[in-house]
Design a protein around this ligand. Sequence first.
Ligand code: ATP
Ligand code: MG
Length: 565
Amino acid sequence: MRLSQFHLNTAREAPADAEIASHKLMLRAGMIRKLAAGIYTWSPLGLRVLRKVEGVVREEMQRAGAIEMTMPCVQPRELWEESGRWEKYGPTLLKMRDRKEQEYCFGPTHEEIICDFVRSEVSSYKQLPVTFFQVQTKFRDEIRPRFGVMRAREFLMKDAYSFHLDQTSLDETYKTMFDAYSRIFTRLGLKFRAVAADSGAIGGDVSHEFQVLADSGEDAIAFSNESDYAANVELAEAMAPEMVRPEPSKELKRVDTPTQKTIAEVSAFLNVQPTECVKTVLVRGVGGVVALCLRGDHELNEVKASKLPELGGESMLASEEQILAATGAHAGFIGPVGLPADVPVIVDRAASVLVDFVCGGNQDGTHLTGANWHRDARVTRIADLRKVVAGDPSPDGRGTLSIARGIEVGHIFQNGRKYTQTMNVTVLDANGKSVTPLTGCYGIGVSRVVAAAIEQGHDERGIVWPEPMAPWRVAVCIINPKNDSKVLEAAESLYRELNERGIETVLDDRGLRPGPMFADIELIGIPHRVVVSERGLANGTFEYRGRVDTESRNLDKRELLALFG
Ligand code: ATP
Ligand code: MG
């Protein structure tokens, strides 16, 4: 490709409403243009990158044995009524009518359609297992589309669906897809983790999210530095400390803390560490208030708390009146010592090994020092209540945890018979008996991957692509093409030769001055830049610079080609 014949439209500044690096840089590089909220046009430059991602995804799906097809974007209401999702999917589902007043939606996902396809196309166990995939436009009327194509309303997804006679077969394909996803994100040069996802609503289902690590990510994940353990922070288990609680050595004493309420204030005032304090949170339980006790430096994990039988699925703070009624004090001065017998005291694992600790005195303006479990305070139960923090031991016993933010780029699920049952998908088994197959479904946000890669790879000059995603690998730049036909010829011939060797190269023959030309090439993130100039030609060299290099190097042709293996 010659840039003079391409459409490149870069800008120095990003619009003020672009908040994160990828959104700003995609707009500045002219990869996307906003048409309406969450709806974007992909320019020729943007499309080149999108196709790179799509290409790797397609190759790995095929390697994993999935078969490509394509299903309609516009889907009849009847199918969604059958699955029970026409109403249940909620306002995210974009609905429309045709001239005959028939109702349709724009597909946010394709379980209904693939089930309809399979029930008419697949009739025998001999056709199973089978996995179909497509790369196709989805529409979800997101409540808050933002960050450009990261959370768009219209976006490109690869979705795959597998059908199985039994759980063993589903497990096998799930594993194959898991491996294919790992290969895809590895090949694309992304730092990612496969995270065991909250099986939440659909109880007991197996599910993994593939998260690209980036500070702007919406999800917090905990992962081991020594194993491939990774989990959503909400789900990561905080292990019990190995130490045994020492014997009490101090007496329980009430001290005045007239205005000190927070752990920070109390620990500074009493000259102790937050790790020597117990903080108490009163929540609404199924049979009245419940006290949850944590070490002062730890935070309550509400997802874990809500799973306690005493809380019955929800974690809601007690009201001011409830706190006063149960403890006789206001929030900031409450603690586990002397609580009424009907208030369960549930103590986090880490807090349960504290000795001679500081806690609220259940009397406004006071705290207690030298407090001890059992001697001074009841313990109804010890439980895992807190959010894990960096440095905690990994729950798999290997290494310690780091916490990072992640962007969900892929999600794989085992759905069991959830859709096949409601949609009446059956096949005949080896005995001629009609059975309902199990399904798995597997999505990748192809367009989101592009933005996620930029979140991971950029600097003050622009995008730093992982090489497999770059719009071109090499840019051959011509200084003063009009003045010197020798320079032009040499550049043309290098450009042709690189492309013939399969090294995707673009020729910058736009006749720009070096400053603006290099700024564009850096902004759009071309990994390798080669400048052909009169001076270089006289010495038989090209001026080479890698995208993240700090200096250029003069290389002869042989040295240059050697860079590309
Ligand atoms: P999210 O939690 O980010 O809303 P999701 O869990 O609803 O995503 P899935 O139904 O698992 O999404 O869809 C598969 C993949 O499609 C996601 O892993 C994500 O990469 C991508 N995706 C989902 N919603 C969007 C969106 N609004 N814009 C861009 N990509 C999206
Ligand atoms: Mg998901």
